[in-house]
Ligand binder design. Structure first.
Ligand SMILES: [Zn+2]
Length: 87
């Protein structure tokens, strides 16, 4: 539970990354392999904020609000520290 798997694969350029929750409570983040390193990092941070903020289990929150929370700079800095830990 709460494991995060990160896979890179070729996706259409309009999709930077997407996260798939599974029934065990784990998450798989699919990162677009066509992105440059910096864009991958940014997309990964964005997806990790969604996971950390429980956006996949919070049905009360509007998608637009979840997106702005995931794009929030402070939240992204917090998950950047988290990514360093798991590497
Ligand atoms: Zn998002």
């Amino acid at each position: 539970m709460d494991d995060i798997f990160i896979h890179e694969l070729q996706l259409p350029m309009c999709i930077h990354a997407t996260t798939l929750p599974d029934s065990n409570g784990d998450f798989t983040i699919l990162l677009n392999s066509l992105l440059c390193r910096k864009a991958k990092q940014k997309a990964l941070e964005h997806e990790l904020v969604h996971i950390k903020k429980d956006h996949f289990y919070d049905d009360c929150m509007e998608i637009a609000d979840e997106e702005s929370e995931a794009n929030d700079f402070d939240n992204q800095s917090k998950v950047t520290a988290y990514i360093r830990e798991i590497r």
